[in-house]
Design a protein around this ligand. Structure first.
Ligand code: BES
Ligand code: MN
Ligand code: ZN
Length: 502
C-alpha cells in the first residue's frame, strides 16, 4: 500500500476514484461531508436523512455526484460525535478500515482519498489509519491452486487529506503505520501458511530473505549440530520427535548510532524471543483432533518477531535489536519425549517433562539462556504458550507477565497506544511451588490452577540475568471459526514499544 498526504480546501475538486468522508450518528455531517453536500446541492443530506444514519463502521457509496470531481463518495459512519472524539485514533482506525473495505469492493478503485475528522493526536491517528488500511486490505491466497483474482485487493494507494500545519506529523505517522502494516502482513501470512509449507527451514529462509532485502539486518540460522554444540538439551528434546529439521534463528538489527567518546556507555540491545513451533500436535501427550489444525499457528510468536524486524528495518529505527527464534515441530514418534523424561537445559537446570504438550517453555528456556550473551537491556518473549491464557483473557488482551514494573508498564502502555492491548498478570513467587519435581530441578507443568501464570514462572527461572517480560498471545495471534486467520498481533504493540525506546 502506498500512502501520502494532501492539503486542500476544495475537497469537491479532488480527482480520485473514491473519496471518503465521515458522517456522525444521527446524521450529523463532518466538515468534509458538509463541504461535499454543499458542492453537490444537498446530495449527502438527502441520503443521510433517508438511508444512512452514521452508525460506526457502516458505509454507503454514492456515485457521480453533481459538482464533485471524485467518481465515488464513500460515506463512513463515525458513530456518536462525543464517542468519536473520546476514542480519538481508535475511531479513526475503525473509520479507515471501513472506508477501505467499501472502496475495495468497487471495481476500478485503486486510490482512496480519505478525510478523517481532525483531532489532536495527528501522528497516532495517521499511524493507526495506515495499520487499519493494511489490515483491511490483507488477502491470503498463497496456498490456493486457483486463487480468486476478483477477491484480490485492488486498492493500492491512500491519500489522507490534512491541514497544512499537520502534514509533516501525518506523514511521519503514515510512514510508521505503513511499515507496521507491512510487518503485520508478513506475520499473518507466515501464520496462515500450512505447517507442511511453513516449516522451521521456511522460517529460517524467510529470515535470510529479510536480511538480503534490508541492509540493517544480519541473520544466522543454526542447524541441529550447532544447537547440540550449544547444549540446548531442552529445545533438542522437543525437536527430536519430528523428522523435520530444526532451526535456531538469530536476527540482528544494528540501528543505534555509535556512541562518542566520553558519552555514557551504550545500552545493551533489546532481545525479542519468538516461539516457533511450526506444528504442535502435543507429542506423546497428544492433543484431541478437533481444531488441531489451528496448531499451525503455534509459530505466531516467531512470526511476530520476523514481522517486527521487517518493520524496524524498513523504518531504520536507531536501536539495536536481536531476534531469537527456536523453531521445530512437536510430534509424537518413537524418538519423542515421554512423560517422566528428564532433560538438561542449556542453563544446566534439569526439567522433568510431565506433559509433552507443554513444549513451548521447553524450547523458549534455552533461547532465554542464549540471550544472556548479548547483555541485553531487556528481553521480551512472545509465545502462543497456554490455552489457560485464552480462558483468562479471551481474544481481547494478550497476557503480560513481568517482575519488572518499568518494563511491564512500558509494554502495557505501548499496547494501549497501538490499540493492541495486553493485560498484566501476577507472578508471585508462591506460584513457583507448583513447579516442584521429585526427580529434577523443576517440572514443566504446574497443574491446572493458574496455568498461564505457572508457564510464565517456568520461563522466569531462565531469565534472571536481565529485565524480562513475557507476552502470551495464545488468544490474540489468530481467530478461529468461520473467519479463521492470523491477526498480526502483537506486532503493533512491539513496534510501539520499540518506537518509544528509539
Ligand atoms: N501451543 C499450546 C497452547 C495453546 C493451546 C494455544 C490452545 C492456543 C490454543 C501449548 O503448547 C500447549 O499445548 N499448552 C498446554 C499446556 C499444558 C499441557 C500445561 C495447554 O495450554 O493445554
Ligand atoms: Mn503444546
Ligand atoms: Zn505449543
Amino acid at each position: 500500500m502506498e500512502f501520502s498526504t494532501q492539503t486542500t480546501a476544495s475537497l469537491h475538486q479532488v480527482k480520485t476514484a473514491a473519496l471518503a468522508v465521515g458522517v456522525y450518528a444521527d446524521g450529523v455531517l463532518s466538515p468534509a461531508a458538509d463541504l461535499i453536500d454543499r458542492a453537490s446541492n444537498g446530495a449527502v443530506r438527502s441520503v443521510v436523512k433517508s438511508e444512512f444514519r452514521g452508525r460506526a463502521g457502516s458505509t454507503l457509496t454514492l456515485r457521480n455526484l453533481p459538482g464533485v470531481s471524485a467518481q465515488r463518495v464513500v460515506l463512513v459512519g463515525l458513530g456518536k460525535q462525543d464517542d468519536y472524539s473520546a476514542r480519538t485514533h481508535a475511531s479513526a482506525e475503525q473509520a479507515f478500515a471501513a472506508a477501505c473495505v467499501a472502496a475495495q469492493l468497487a471495481e476500478g478503485v485503486s486510490t482512496l482519498v480519505a478525510n478523517p475528522v481532525a483531532d489532536v493526536a495527528v501522528v497516532a491517528r495517521a499511524r493507526s489509519a495506515a495499520i487499519a488500511a493494511g489490515s483491511a486490505t490483507y488477502h491470503y491466497d498463497a496456498s490456493f491452486g486457483k486463487p480468486d483474482r476478483d477477491a484480490r485487493p485492488k486498492l493500492k494507494k491512500i491519500v489522507q487529506v490534512v491541514e497544512r500545519a499537520d502534514a509533516a506529523q501525518a506523514q511521519k505517522g503514515l510512514r510508521e503505520g505503513n511499515a507496521i502494516a507491512n510487518g503485520m502482513e508478513l506475520t499473518r501470512t507466515l501464520g496462515n501458511l500450512p505447517g507442511n509449507i511453513c516449516t522451521p527451514t521456511y522460517l529460517g529462509d524467510t529470515a535470510k530473505r529479510l536480511a538480503r532485502e534490508f541492509k540493517s539486518l544480519k541473520v544466522e540460522v543454526l542447524d541441529r549440530k550447532q544447537v547440540e554444540a550449544l547444549g540446548m538439551g531442552s529445545f533438542l528434546s522437543v525437536a527430536r520427535g519430528s523428522e523435520e529439521a530444526l532451526r535456531f534463528i538469530v536476527l540482528r538489527h544494528a540501528g543505534a548510532k555509535t556512541v562518542k567518546k566520553g558519552a555514557k556507555t551504550p545500552q545493551g540491545p533489546i532481545v525479542l524471543v519468538g516461539k516457533g513451533i511450526t506444528f504442535d500436535a502435543g507429542g506423546i501427550s497428544l492433543k484431541p483432533a478437533a481444531t488441531m489444525d489451528e496448531m499451525k499457528y503455534d509459530m505466531c510468536g516467531a512470526a511476530s518477531v520476523l514481522g517486527s524486524f521487517r518493520a524496524l528495518a524498513e523504518l531504520e529505527l536507531p536501536l539495536d535489536v536481536v531476534g531469537l527464534i527456536p523453531a521445530c515441530e512437536n510430534l509424537p514418534s518413537g524418538k519423542a519425549n515421554k512423560p517422566g523424561d528428564v532433560v538438561t537445559s542449556m542453563a544446566g537446570l534439569t526439567i522433568e517433562i510431565l506433559n509433552t504438550d507443554a513444549e513451548g517453555r521447553l524450547v523458549l528456556c534455552d533461547a532465554l539462556t542464549y540471550a544472556e550473551r548479548f547483555k541485553p537491556s531487556a528481553v521480551i518473549d512472545i509465545a502462543t504458550l497456554t490455552g489457560a491464557c485464552v480462558v483468562a483473557l479471551g481474544n481481547v488482551n494478550s497476557g503480560l507477565f513481568s517482575k519488572d514494573d518499568d518494563l511491564a508498564e512500558a509494554l502495557a502502555s505501548a499496547g494501549r497506544e497501538s490499540l493492541d492491548t495486553a493485560w498484566r498478570m501476577p507472578m508471585d513467587d508462591a506460584y513457583q511451588e507448583q513447579l516442584k519435581s521429585n526427580f529434577a530441578d523443576l517440572a514443566n507443568i504446574g497443574g491446572p490452577p493458574a496455568g498461564a501464570v505457572t508457564a510464565a514462572c517456568f520461563l522466569s527461572r531462565f531469565a534472571k540475568a536481565y529485565p524480562w517480560a513475557h507476552l502470551d498471545i495464545a488468544g490474540t495471534a489468530w481467530r478461529g471459526g468461520k473467519d479463521k486467520g492470523a491477526t498480526g498481533r502483537p506486532v503493533p504493540l512491539l513496534m510501539q514499544y520499540l518506537l518509544d525506546q528509539a
